[in-house]
Design a protein around this ligand. Structure first.
Ligand code: FAD
Length: 413
């Protein structure tokens, strides 16, 4: 019982950790809540970092989940610039970078992930940068000067978002991608090519099937040597080749981890007094029927709230279909679902119209959807995926009928 009433200690004051703290406080006003974060900022949302904040259109503070003062006012002990260094499960304590040993009743690991470093000689050149945190912004922004050459290594979301801002800033931009198309495995090649074409129309050059072998320093600038021998001189290299979950504390303490900290439907790890949330956690997703580690705003917030409720004794089960968005130039691109496979992609509209919906079909079911500047289609797609509604491809292809209407028609059959 002591564990259920003792202090809630949260390691990692990011989006997920922040929501756990706020939610526990809401439902258990008297329980000590200690939120420990190694960054100097209170919990904030990261998506704007590679969008409006990098572009100088939004202030860093606009990303804060709550104003800095809110935590003290709410009685949350927020400790910034402090790292959780070790976890002792037998003693139920964590040690901090300040040297303090802190007892917990319930511990939440909300440590997120870190960008994967470029694993080549010279990958640590000072002009090779990743974008994960507020502290990464200044060096990147300083290099976005007209005429400079920005090279994005990895055509994932962060690489493409930075490429869009760099191109809009007047930089020459090259995107290097090891795979034959952009946007990894969650987006169909034909859809990814449609997105890449929108960059190419703004002068961005894509090089697929390309890998960096080495980075040399040429008068302070990084010179990339590709496998095959070609060299590319850059002013800034954005490394966007994915991330690694910060599960070190959990692994060292013997918690079950498989590319992320394994948690059950309630967010509990293999130790009943320890939870994990957000990017660092791996959970069975009921809607997908498999376990997955999600790196998304939606999951960080909703899973954080769900775990906060669970800890506070007011549980509300959480599972959702993965949903993700990205903004590039004036475009808004959204993804609903995360299928491992599909048979075909059915298009409604065309990239030439600056607006389309792509439906991923497996047999007679929709398993995922993408929208470009067509966000209102996300809701009916999500409903059809969740309902596992058998669909008629001829009806789906009829762009005179809205997807909302089609979803209702199909559901009524
Ligand atoms: P984080 O927000 O990373 O928070 C973890 C915190 O824990 C960090 O502050 C970290 O420094 C701290 N920490 C780690 N270890 C320790 C320790 N030992 N002690 C103390 N503190 C520690 N998602 C979308 O859905 N749409 C988007 O458009 C989108 N864009 C993104 C753009 C960028 C540039 C980035 C980086 C992410 C984007 N995401 C997007 C993903 C989304 O932001 C993440 O999924 C979300 O931030 C995860 O929240 P989290 O709390 O799990 O991790």
């Amino acid at each position: 019982m002591a564990h259920e009433t003792g202090p809630v200690v949260i390691a990692g004051a990011g989006q997920a950790g922040g929501w756990v703290a706020l939610t526990v406080r809401q439902h258990q006003p008297d329980r000590p809540v200690i939120l420990i974060g190694e960054e100097d900022h209170p919990p904030y949302e990261r998506p704007p970092l590679s969008k409006d904040v990098l572009a100088g259109k939004a202030a860093p503070e606009s990303t804060y989940i709550k104003p800095r003062d809110h935590y003290a006012e709410a009685g949350i002990d927020l400790r910034l610039g402090v790292r959780v260094e070790t976890l002792d499960r037998d003693a139920a304590t964590v040690t901090l970078s300040t040297g303090e040993s802190l007892p917990y009743g319930t511990l939440v690991l909300a440590t997120g992930m870190r960008p994967r470093a470029l694993p080549v000689p010279g990958g640590d050149h000072p002009a090779v940068r990743s974008l994960r945190a507020m502290a990464d912004l200044d060096a990147i922004r300083a290099a976005l000067v007209p005429g400079r050459h920005v090279v994005a290594v990895g055509a994932g979301f962060i690489g493409l978002e930075v490429a869009a801002i760099a191109a809009s800033s007047g930089c020459a931009v090259t995107v290097l991608e090891a795979a034959p198309h952009a946007l990894g495995r969650v987006v169909a090649p034909e859809v990814a090519n449609a997105i890449a074409a929108r960059h190419e129309a703004r002068g961005v050059a894509f090089r697929y099937g390309t890998q960096v072998a080495e980075i040399a320093d040429r008068d302070g600038r990084p010179e990339l040597r590709l496998v095959g021998g070609e060299t590319i001189l850059a002013d800034l290299v954005i490394c966007g080749i994915g991330g690694v979950p910060n599960d070190d504390l959990a692994r060292a303490a013997g918690l079950s981890c498989e590319g992320g900290i394994c948690v059950n439907a309630s967010g509990r790890t293999s130790d009943p007094n320890i939870y994990a949330v957000g990017d660092v956690s791996r959970q069975h997703n009921l809607a997908l029927g498999r376990s997955i580690r999600l790196e998304s705003w939606q999951n960080a917030q909703n899973q954080g709230i769900a775990v906060g409720r669970e800890i506070a004794g007011v549980p509300e089960p959480y599972t959702d279909l993965p949903w993700f968005w990205t903004d590039q130039y004036e475009d808004n691109f959204q993804i609903i679902g995360a299928p491992e496979r599909w048979d075909r992609v059915l298009w409604r509209g065309s990239p030439a119209d600056d607006k389309f919906t792509a439906l991923y079909l497996s047999g007679d079911r929709i398993v995922a959807g993408n929208t470009l500047n067509n966000a209102r289609d996300i809701r009916p797609i999500k409903q059809m995926i969740l309902d596992r509604t058998p669909v008629d491809p001829r009806l789906l292809a009829d762009t005179e009928t809205s997807l909302v209407k089609i979803q209702k028609l199909q559901a009524a059959l």
